[in-house]
Design a protein around this ligand. Structure first.
Ligand code: MN3
Length: 249
């Protein structure tokens, strides 16, 4: 069996196994399925990389996020990262690694810049689409609720911390809810398309389970300079079932 086939087969088995365990602990099938889509994307090797379809209609997040923003953001911006990532990997020593491995391997050397920016862009947006509604729990439940309470005392206090991290990103970037090696939650932010999985680049390392894009292209058509209004809307769109499933993935 070729390595690539092996990786894809083992990923499918792993995704199937995690859905079984999720069903038995009460997370929704919808959340599990979206988390499995994210896992499928992040474990995929360079064959080349492909743009995953938006997991709902372009207009599904109206009026919080408008149809035109979603269309341009997915079909132009995310598509652009995938295209440029494939180009950057041509002849690059990291070609052949899955997306998650690319993120943990890239350095701040000039020779890695294309892979760093575009592997980050591909990963970050693949997660972003799936952590937004329609559908799904409007508040965290079960283990995720416990983990949030343990780390932030309450959901409100988490929301405040996360919204502040998103509002204070200078220029373009992302705010994240991550899980660290000790299985504790933390909030952090990264500039540009960097990601907390980038071991050689990020200060706060962890695996993101929720992320908000605060590049202006994510909100400017509808909100112009009112980033905090966009953040408030995003908080109402979070699909907590997917976040819970991401925590267990
Ligand atoms: Mn974006």
């Amino acid at each position: 069996m070729k390595r690539r086939d092996f990786i894809q087969k083992t990923t499918l088995v792993a995704a199937g196994a995690s859905m079984v365990s999720l069903a038995s602990c009460g997370a929704s099938e919808e959340g599990a399925s979206k988390a499995a889509q994210v896992q499928e994307t992040v474990k995929k090797v360079f064959t080349p990389f492909e743009l995953p379809p938006l997991p709902y209609a372009y207009e599904a997040l109206e009026p919080m996020i408008d149809t035109q923003t979603m269309t341009i953001h997915h079909d132009k911006h995310h598509a652009g990262y995938v295209k440029k990532l494939n180009a950057a990997l041509e002849g690059h020593p990291l070609a052949g690694d899955d997306l998650q491995t690319l993120l943990s391997s890239v350095t701040d050397e000039d020779s890695d810049t294309g892979v760093r920016n575009n592997a980050g862009g591909h990963y970050n947006h693949s997660l972003f689409w799936n952590v937004m509604s329609p559908g799904g729990a409007s508040a965290p439940q079960g283990e995720l609720a416990d983990a949030i309470n343990a780390q932030f005392n309450s959901l409100e206090s988490f929301q405040e911390t996360f919204a502040k991290a998103a509002a204070t990103v200078f220029g373009s970037g992302w705010a994240w809810l991550c899980v660290n090696e000790k299985n504790e939650l933390f909030v952090t932010a990264t500039p540009n398309q960097d990601n907390p999985l980038m071991k050689n680049i990020s200060d706060n390392l962890g695996r993101p389970i929720l992320g908000i894009d605060v590049w202006e292209h994510a909100y400017y058509l509808n909100y112009q300079n009112r980033r905090t209004d966009y953040i408030d809307s995003f908080m109402k769109l979070i699909n907590w079932d997917t976040v819970a499933a991401n925590l267990k993935a």
